[in-house]
Design a protein around this ligand. Structure first.
Ligand SMILES: [Zn+2]
Length: 210
């Protein structure tokens, strides 16, 4: 399978790392730098939080982002807003039609509710977020609604949500430019009970440039 070629990023590459399947990942992305996430093998949900580096009381807000753009999907041009109503980052380019920010993050507890008690011991995004955030002294009370890059959560006419087969593919990407210094916390989603990762969690690639 040949992945599509990636457009060139502006500025020097300051970081280029693979995130193993099921793993957490964190980075500081400076104002003006671009973070690129590449869905290496396709249909891999990347659960994503970000905090203002200067004061982490300011953090990503799905509600403010949706209200500001008047749309529930994240696409090229979407401005990712903080809980203080300030732009944190802008989606400058993506090869995927849209991304989700309402489906939330999987947890051992939600897995148990949805898929049965035998899933309690399976690793989940909330645990990855807690592990990533612990590096910065943050805990459960710092968890907020997240972005799910590459995840397909359509909303039906009656308002019902679905978590269905993905619309991403191997080598597709999303680029976002930081509008302030950011601490980014990612869970490379370990979910194996629904199609959000094609029932097979895979690695993703992180590039920071500028
Ligand atoms: Zn997950």
């Amino acid at each position: 399978m040949t992945a599509p070629s990636l457009p060139e990023l502006e500025g020097p590459i300051v970081l280029d790392e693979a995130v193993p399947a099921r793993a957490p990942w964190t980075a500081v992305v400076r104002q003006g730098q671009t973070l690129r996430i590449v869905d290496l093998e396709g249909n891999q949900a990347v659960d994503f939080l970000m905090y203002a580096a200067a004061d982490d009381a300011e953090r990503y807000s799905a509600q403010d982002t949706i209200a500001a753009q008047g749309n529930i999907f994240l696409r090229t041009g979407s401005v990712l807003m903080s809980n203080e109503g300030r732009p944190m980052a802008v989606v400058t380019d993506t090869a995927v039609d849209y991304h989700d920010t309402i489906g939330g993050a999987c947890s051992c507890e939600s897995n148990t509710l949805r898929y049965g008690h035998h899933t309690k011991s399976q690793h989940a995004c909330v645990e990855n977020f807690l592990q990533g955030n612990a590096r910065f002294g943050r805990g459960k009370r710092d968890m907020v609604s997240n972005i799910n890059w590459f995840m397909n959560v359509p909303v039906e006419a009656d308002g019902a949500l679905g978590i269905v087969d993905g619309i991403s593919a191997p080598g597709l990407y999303v680029d976002m430019r930081a509008e302030m210094d950011l601490v980014v916390v990612v869970s490379n989603c370990p979910q194996i009970n629904n199609p959000c990762n094609g029932f097979n969690p895979t690695p993703v690639r992180m590039v920071v440039a500028g």
